[in-house]
Every structure is written in C-alpha cells, then in structure tokens.
Design a binder for this molecule. Structure first.
Ligand SMILES: *[C@@H]1O[C@H](CO)[C@@H](O)[C@H](O)[C@H]1NC(C)=O
Ligand SMILES: *[C@@H]1O[C@H](CO)[C@@H](O)[C@H](O)[C@H]1NC(C)=O
Length: 526
C-alpha cells in the first residue's frame, strides 16, 4: 500500500511539470568541471527530464571516470591530434608549488583557453554526422560552461532555441559582464585576485588591472563561423548575452556579498550531497580504524591537479617534521608518490594514501581539521561539513577562495612558501586544532548553508525549467549592458556638476574681488 501511494506521488510529481529534452555540453578537460556538470545532469534526470551529456574528450584519462550516476545517455567524441596536444599541456602543473600565479599569467592563460575552445570547435565542425544524430533529439535547452563557447555554433547547428551558462567557478567577470552583471573592481575580488573585498588602494589598482587585462586579452574567440554557412559569423559575447540564466558555483552565504542581476543564479554547493553522506557507516573498516587511532585527526590534501608528490623536497620535510611534533594527532596525507621513506621514515602518526574518501572523511565527526589547496570543490565541501581549515592556495582561483572562506573566521590562510618551515607549519596545525573559535565559526557557516532558505538544487531545477519553457528572456536583460563607460559610471554627470560648481565658485570669487577692490578704493579716497 505504501509503495503504491509513493508511486502515485511520483506520478503526480512528474506529471505536474513538463519533461524537457536537455543537452549538457561538457568536454573532458578538468575533473572538477566534469564532476560539476555530471551532478547538474543527474539533478535534471532525477526530476524526470531527458538529459544527454555530451562530453568530447580532451584529456584521455577522464574517459575512465563516469561522472553521472542517473544520466545514461552520454555521447563522446575523440579529440583531434591538435586538441590532444593542448590537453597534454594541462598536465604540466608542477611549477605552481614555488611560482607565483600573478597578472603576468593572464596573456598566456587567455591564449590557452581560446585555443582549447577553438580547437574543440574544429573537432565539432568536422563531425557533423555525430551532430546530426544529436539534432534528432530536438533539444529544448543546452547548458554549457563559458570556457567552451564553441557550444554557440553547436547550438545553432542543433537548432536549440534556448541556453543557459553554468560555471563551475565562483566568479567569472567576462561572461557575467557580457550579461550585464555588475563587475565592480572596487570591492569584488577578481577570479585570480589575492585580496578580499576590503582592499587597500594598491589592491584595488591591481584588481582593476586584472579586469582590464582580461578585457583586453579576452577569454574566448571574438566569433565563430556557422557550421552550415561559413560566411555567417556568430559573435561570442553578443550571443552569450542572450543566455536565459547564468548559474554560478558560488553561494551567497559563503561568497563575498555583492549586487547582482536576476539572471545570475548562485547554486554553489550543489555538488555536495549532504543527505547521503550524513548517514554514518560510509567509511570502510580501514578508514574507520584510522580515525579511531588518536583523539584528533587532520586531513591534508592538495587536490588531484597539482600533486603532493611534485612539491619541492624541502616542503615535504617541513610538513612531515611539523606532523612529527604533534605526535598525539593522526595526519592523513593524500600523497601519490612511493618515495615516502626518503622524508618520513619512522614517523608513526602519518597515514599516507594515494586516494582519500575526502567527502566521507569531512562528514565524519572524528575528523578535526582539514588542510587544503582551496580548490572550489573542496571549499564548498568543507564549508558544508563545517570543519576548521588551513588554506594553502597554489594557483588559479584558489587565492580568492582562501580569502572567501577566511571571512567566516573558521579558516586560516597559509603561504605555500612557508611549507618548508616546520615551526610555522606546526604553529598553524596547533592553532587550527586547539583554538576552539575556528571550529565554532566553521560550524556556524555550515549551519547557514544547511538552512539556507532556498536550496541550490531547487534553484537550479526551477530556473532550468523556466528557461526551457520560455527561451530567451529579454525582459531580464539590463539596459546597463548597452551603456558606454562614461554613461555607466556617470562620468558625464560628474563633469557637468564639476563645471557648474567651478563656474559658480569663480564667478563668486571675481564678484567678491571686485567688491573688495571698490571698497578699498572708497577707503583710499575717503
Ligand atoms: C523522453 O524520453 C522518453 C523515452 O525515450 C520519451 O517517451 C519522451 O517522449 C521523451 N520526452 C521528450 C520531452 O521528448
Ligand atoms: C569574524 O571576526 C571578526 C573579528 O572578530 C568579526 O568582525 C566578523 O564579524 C567575524 N565574521 C563573521 C562572519 O562572523
């Protein structure tokens, strides 16, 4: 009986909304990107929509993963030799252990992103037979990330009328700007900025410089050619502005507060599935025992892009010596190499592992704290699970993420250049493990996220369905988008006001001067 009423309930639930055909386009080039889009596809599938995940390969290795659980319709496409060569470039990330990720990286980074989407576009244009198969499915909506604006000519070829952009990063000013969102460098830290929202004069100058450089270099090709008619150009930024919505992987209860537009939907944390992880017994026997070894346990992981095994030897020595000092704490270190004997011989309280069940560990009450590079996925997870954190950013958006989390008082930022210094490392460990205030603040943030009024999943689903139903939404297109710099910042008005004030002041000055000289003359003649 219960089963039957549940069945009726689902029937009602599904029939109350129309089902749509949705194409999720996410080339395989970054683990975090694919994880994010896989989750989005599954949420749509779970809600009863027909979802196709189209994942052309760029990095071969990712073909071994299945990024979706519920979405069964996944299309792949092999890379061209040129695209494969670009993918191989991504692998060489070692240098960020001891090199600064600064504004000087912008020209190279933007060139790289442009080449990757341009080459992916060539691959698509050369495989029209595959695209014809996709076209048969008559999609209502396509979802893609702005790294791959080659989705725009693809969308035209497949005759899909509406689209939404989804970003696996927290902030991306070029696309947001194209949609008419506020991009204010006075208090919104840029993607690769190293400051918080409270900036000094120099920091504001640098933040503005980053924005100016991103605008000049551009993140994406200026235009694409239509696959059917090479004469026809599809202008990227202009076309992007027609997106029904832009979903950002940022959460207003976590990110820097800022004014934004209706099209910007913040779904940060959507990949963290609290309910399934909260129920205990998710860890294997082995991990369970490790967590029981000592009163406190600290997890160290620098993610899967920049590997721990590639850090300078002095960092490894600094970290392990610091861990040795705190011998009543268990350290779990995600370490990929086999050379542990060279720096950690005989240290009992470190557990090395090539892979760690990060989410399950973070969800476990026995884990005391986390040391991370601050990739957005990890930051979202640790925020939801409420663990005090040592943030050691290495490159990309990680510096911004570190500042973002630090505002909530549950984390401390740690410079990668101090990793060789065991005293500084040990102090950071002690602070995060034994100063209760970090744990309390981290818990508060976690509760804010758990009790946020509208859940990211619901926000995402409702807005995708709205976009699939209504297509382009010109009523949400802010006029600011069409204004020039001078009008937008009221520089013309400021100029007029200044002119009027100066005129009044100078007229007054000359009048008073004239009166004064008259009076003087009068006194003299008297
Ligand atoms: C979704 O797929 C099912 C089964 O293939 C099909 O019956 C249904 O018509 C599809 N829905 C849409 C909106 O095309
Ligand atoms: C963090 O601490 C500072 C200084 O004590 C305080 O002003 C601020 O409000 C705190 N932030 C949060 C999010 O609680």
């Amino acid at each position: 009986m219960k089963g039957f009423s549940l069945y009726l309930y689902y029937l009602l639930l599904i029939s109350s909304t129309t089902s749509y055909n949705i194409l999720v386009f996410c080339p395989l080039f970054g683990h975090s990107h694919s994880t994010f889009f896989g989750r989005l596809a599954d949420i749509l599938t779970e809600a009863g929509h027909n979802v196709t995940l189209f994942s052309p390969t760029i990095i071969d290795e990712f073909r071994n993963y299945s990024y979706t659980k519920l979405t069964k319709d996944v299309a792949y496409l092999d890379p061209s030799p040129e695209l494969k060569a670009i993918g191989d470039l991504i692998a060489g990330n070692k240098r960020w252990w001891n090199q600064e990720f600064s504004v000087f990286e912008i020209p190279q980074t933007t060139r790289f992103f442009k080449s990757i989407t341009r080459e992916q576009n060539n691959v698509l244009a050369n495989n029209l037979a595959l695209l014809d198969g996709l076209k048969q499915k008559k999609f209502d909506l396509i979802l893609f990330e702005s790294v791959f604006t080659c989705a725009l000519p693809l969308m035209e070829y497949l005759e899909i009328k509406s689209f939404a952009v989804a970003q696996s990063i927290a902030y991306e000013p070029i696309t947001l700007g194209a949609l008419g969102d506020t991009v204010m460098t006075s208090h919104i830290p840029n993607l690769m900025a190293q400051s918080s929202d409270k900036m000094s004069l120099c920091e504001r100058m640098l933040n503005t410089l980053i924005q100016a450089m991103l605008n000049v270099y551009g993140m994406t090709p200026e235009y694409y050619q239509s696959y059917t008619n090479p004469e026809k150009k599809i202008y990227t930024l202009e076309k992007l502005s027609e997106a029904s919505f832009i979903f950002m992987n940022s959460n207003p209860f976590l990110d820097f507060p800022r004014a934004t537009i209706t099209k910007n939907i913040q779904i940060g944390g959507i990949s963290v599935n609290l309910d399934t992880l909260k129920s205990s017994g998710k860890l294997t026997e082995e991990w369970d025992q490790i967590l029981n070894l000592r009163e406190k346990t600290l997890l160290v992981s620098f993610g899967s892009v920049i590997l721990s095994q590639d850090m300078p030897f002095a960092y490894k020595v600094g970290l392990t010596n610091a861990m040795k000092q705190l011998n009543d704490v268990t350290f779990i270190w995600k370490y990929e190499g086999d050379d542990k004997k060279e720096f950690a011989n005989g240290i009992k309280n470190i557990h090395f592992s090539k892979w760690v069940p990060q989410r399950e560990l973070l969800a476990d009450p026995r884990l005391s704290a986390f040391m991370t590079h601050g990739g957005l996925g990890s930051v979202n997870e640790v925020s939801y699970f409420g663990k005090p954190t040592i943030m050691c950013p290495l490159s990309g958006d990680q510096m911004r993420n570190a500042k973002m989390l630090e505002r909530h008082n549950g984390s401390i930022e740690f410079s990668k250049y101090d990793l060789h210094n065991e005293k500084v490392v040990a102090n950071a460990f002690r602070k995060i493990l034994y100063d209760e205030s970090y744990t309390l603040s981290a818990k508060r943030l976690s509760e804010h996220l758990q009790f946020q009024p509208v859940k990211p999943k619901e926000l995402f689903l409702k807005h995708v369905e709205f976009a699939a139903r209504f297509g382009k939404l010109p009523s949400l297109d802010p006029y600011s988008r069409q204004m020039g710099f001078i009008q937008y910042f009221l520089i013309d008005i400021a100029f007029i006001v200044l002119t009027v004030v100066l005129t009044i002041v100078s007229v007054l000055y000359f009048v008073l001067k004239f009166v004064a000289s008259c009076l003087k003359a009068k006194i003299k003649t008297d």
